[in-house]
Design a binder for this molecule. Sequence first.
Ligand code: ADP
Ligand code: MG
Length: 242
Amino acid sequence: MGVIIVTKNQIINNARKQGRTTLTEIESKLVFEGAGVTTIETRLASSQKEAIALSDQIGFPVVLKVASPDISHKSDAGGVRVGLKSKVEVGKAYREIMASARQKYPTANIEGVSVQSLARPGIEIIMGMFQDSQFGPVLMFGLGGILVEVLKDVSFRIVPLARRDAREMIEEIKGYPLLQGFRGQEPANIPYLEDLLLKISDFVEQTPEIKEIDLNPIFAYKDGAVVVDARIVLEEVASQQS
Ligand code: ADP
Ligand code: MG
């Protein structure tokens, strides 16, 4: 995702300095790129003019999303527009996103919008991590969209994962046939998804200050996968004793 080299620690320290425990989508994607996870190209625009210029650089069609450390559920804020095909569409989407977000979150600090490439449609999957009070960090895998929200079709394993755990996690969800290419649809690359789970497991082991990870969705293809939305939540730091 671009050429800017910012390390995981710089991003985390910067958020801490601002008193935040939630990393923005852009920050979270940069952290995952650093961990060897492919994310869709995503850049911050702090004005309509900048959003149009970045769209032109990235290439149409693009996606615009509200960029605010105070807004985690961007769609709910009217803050996501996909498939924008021209400068005119981008300008209009910028104004609409800002108006909607300001109305729904009047006190939010809104940095602008993120401008992203439109990811080619794939099988929507999710990967996540949460801290269990008994087992420590636990990874979650599932299919995206309604299958996850309504059917809770997900699997869990405790960190660190072995390759066998990763494979089982993927195979044991009910929707597994979809990943194998149901009715002539493009299948997902299962070994690639195993690698992805193992990378996240390594990353979690190396970054104990992370409380929660939400990669929702990831688009899976026959030749790989790309993270389309990402969120990292840090552990609260205990206030310093002197
Ligand atoms: P939210 O904060 O509401 O979860 P997302 O970033 O997940 O926002 O965007 C909502 C939906 O829009 C995603 O589930 C996905 O289907 C679609 N989407 C988001 N970003 C892209 C993108 N770069 N390319 C293609 N589709 C996207
Ligand atoms: Mg999302």
